[in-house]
Write a protein that binds this ligand. Structure first.
Ligand SMILES: *Cc1c(COP(=O)(O)O)cnc(C)c1O
Length: 458
């Protein structure tokens, strides 16, 4: 008989979190102008703002921190990281960076020129920004199913091969420096890409002579979905799946704050020496010398250990299944969540949750604030506030979806915390008809307003 899964670790150190009262939270969020980014972390009970850099390290990682070699050039910790990355991915050339966007800056400085097209599957915000900053054009080739939140598809991060081939066929090779595949696809809600799709995308890239790079922040979670959902991979180990996936590409960009299981860091790993040589020019200018690139030796050591731990099945099972456990609890309670549940977060559907609040009054933000006031739980609005104003008309842009994202940090909270979050949401859901009004903006900056916007209650 099969036994249930359980976390493959026990807890050695705990960090106290403060359970405030509703009255305190009402005061704090008012003082924060109803912007959850302006809260102090000490005012939050369960923090689901992001899964980036918020994970817990293991005793082995902390031990490697103590062994960190802080030499400027040729440090042992760099060698450990380089050897680990090569063993896991097969890519021999490593450039450490301070985090994922540092890797984008370095690689794209070397490869992207004005007017270039970069096909991919819903490029992540910072990836898109780094392409557009160089006057390149990200071309979204994701399958149409990814935009339908009620429809089940096991691999909603997949690329539509017809869309991709059209771009590759209709443009000169020199205009397409590479294709970028994001695994799992963050912008689509942490949705995986299948191995079959990766193989086919790789085939098209080779046919047209275009390199394929992975935006690999959640590559291990993607491998877990491949093992669970793609029959041919059911008996393969995560490390075998990961290796096969990277075999289909030419390199990767990594935000180590996700599946690196560290609090800061990133890297570029490449198969091709010539591309590596082009990129290190920029790493020396923007990040640091090639054997540390913005990371302390001890941080490279912790990352090397983290990459091995993140590619173990038992860890991934407890991580992804905890996210799904919260998703299932919410569905049982009839709380509207986006389907299917991805690898790192739950998305509450505010259009179905609080349709009584007018969209002009930022219903997803209203729901996120309510979740904080009722339970001290911090999520993030992905709706009209985050969508910013149209740059030309200066009118609010209303995206199709109004979501509140609850991102689950790795190895940090227990299932009891998940139960607590579900109960809080159930209480809010039961009284949702009383919610009639939302918020109005009293201050906003010209772009990226969600970080600093100030609101008042209507
Ligand atoms: C987080 C992330 C990045 C950017 O990485 P940072 O470490 O935050 O700079 C790039 N791509 C994806 C898919 C990410 O999730």
């Amino acid at each position: 008989m099969e036994l249930p899964y359980a976390e493959p670790y026990k807890i050695k150190t705990v960090e106290k979190i403060y359970r405030s009262t509703r009255e305190q939270r009402e005061k704090w969020i008012r003082e924060a102008k109803y912007n959850l980014f302006k809260l102090k972390s000490s005012q939050v009970f369960i923090d689901l703002l992001t899964d980036s850099g918020t994970g817990a390290m293991s005793d082995e990682q902390w031990a490697e921190m103590m062994r960190g070699d802080e030499s400027y050039a040729g440090s042992r910790s760099y060698e450990l990281l380089r050897d680990t990355v090569e063993r896991i991915t097969g890519y021999p050339h490593l450039i450490p960076t301070h985090q994922g966007r540092g890797a984008e800056n370095v690689l794209f400085s070397a490869l992207v020129k004005e007017g270039d097209l970069i096909p991919g599957n819903m490029h992540f915000d910072t990836t898109k920004a780094h392409i557009e900053f160089r006057k390149g054009i990200p071309v979204d080739c994701t399958i149409d199913e990814a935009y339908d939140t009620e429809h089940y598809h096991p691999f909603k991060g997949n690329v539509d091969l017809n869309k991709l081939e059209k771009v590759l066929k209709e443009n000169p090779r020199e205009k397409i420096p590479f294709v970028i595949l994001t695994v799992t696809c963050n912008t689509a809600g942490g949705q995986p890409v299948s191995m079959e799709n990766i193989r086919q995308v790789s085939g098209l890239c080779r046919k047209y002579g275009v390199p394929l790079y992975f935006d690999a922040a959640r590559f291990a979670e993607n491998a877990y979905f491949i093992k669970k959902r793609e029959r041919a991979y059911k008996d393969k180990s995560i490390k075998e799946i990961v290796r096969e996936m990277f075999d289909y590409g030419d390199g990767m960009l990594m935000s180590a704050k996700k599946d690196g299981l560290v609090n800061i860091g990133g890297f570029i790993a490449l198969r091709n020496l010539e591309t590596y040589r082009k990129a290190i020019v920029y790493s020396i200018m923007f990040e640091g010398f090639i054997t540390y690139g913005g990371m302390a030796g001890r941080d490279m050591g912790a990352l090397a250990v983290g990459l091995d731990e993140a590619t173990e099945f038992d860890y991934l099972e407890s991580r992804v299944e905890q996210v799904h456990y919260l998703g299932r609890r919410l569905m049982e309670l009839d709380v509207p969540v986006q389907q299917p549940i991805g690898g790192h977060a739950i998305y509450l559907d505010a259009n179905r949750f609080v349709p009584t609040i007018p969209r002009e009054q930022f219903r997803a933000q209203a729901l996120a604030v309510e979740l904080y006031i009722v339970g001290g739980v911090r999520g993030v609005e992905i709706g009209t506030i985050m969508a910013d104003r149209d740059p030309v008309t200066r009118k609010n842009r209303y995206p199709k979806l109004e979501l509140v994202r609850l991102a689950i940090p790795r190895r940090v909270y227990t299932d009891n915390h998940m139960n607590y979050v579900a109960e809080v949401l159930k209480q809010i859901y039961d009284t949702r008809h009383e919610a009639k009004t939302g918020y109005r903006i009293v201050y906003e900056p010209p772009i990226l307003r969600h970080f600093t916007v100030e609101l008042e209650k209507i």
